[in-house]
Design a protein around this ligand. Structure first.
Ligand code: 5GP
Ligand code: ZN
Length: 114
């Protein structure tokens, strides 16, 4: 775990507004929401980013995607839409080196992303 912020959130050592958790995944509200819904989904296991995923994580990533869709639908955004984002590396603005899936909804998003 080292000094990883999201490992500490997964271990409940740092508070967060957790909206879902199981043995493999934790979802919590982003501390600085960029949309009315802005949830982060993380693996409990420390994985630094998409570049560190192996085939052993395939089912985990699939579950994370389905959880993203379910959380958005539960909040009423299944039809209006939502955006799922994974930033990887400095050019994409990844600021926390523990894999996280942004799930954002409740406003219209521009494309291409900024
Ligand atoms: P990234 O820029 O790496 O793609 O996304 C990191 C996200 O983590 C940002 O949206 C940021 O607001 C969020 N974040 C950073 N620190 C904390 C924290 O301590 N708690 C929560 N809930 N979110 C955080
Ligand atoms: Zn971590």
């Amino acid at each position: 775990m080292g000094d990883c912020l999201f490992c500490k959130i997964a271990a409940s050592q740092i508070p967060a507004k957790v909206v879902y958790s199981d043995e493999e995944l934790v979802a919590f509200d982003d501390i600085s929401p960029q949309a009315p819904m802005h949830v982060l989904i993380i693996p409990v296991e420390h994985v630094s980013g998409v570049g560190s995923l192996s085939s052993a994580h395939d089912a985990l990533v699939g579950r994370a995607m389905r959880l993203a869709a379910r959380l958005a639908a539960e909040r009423g955004f299944g039809e209006s839409g939502y955006r799922i984002v994974i930033n990887s590396g400095p050019d994409a603005g990844q600021s926390v080196q523990h894999l996280h899936v942004h799930v954002m909804a409740g406003r219209a998003f521009e494309w291409p992303a900024g």
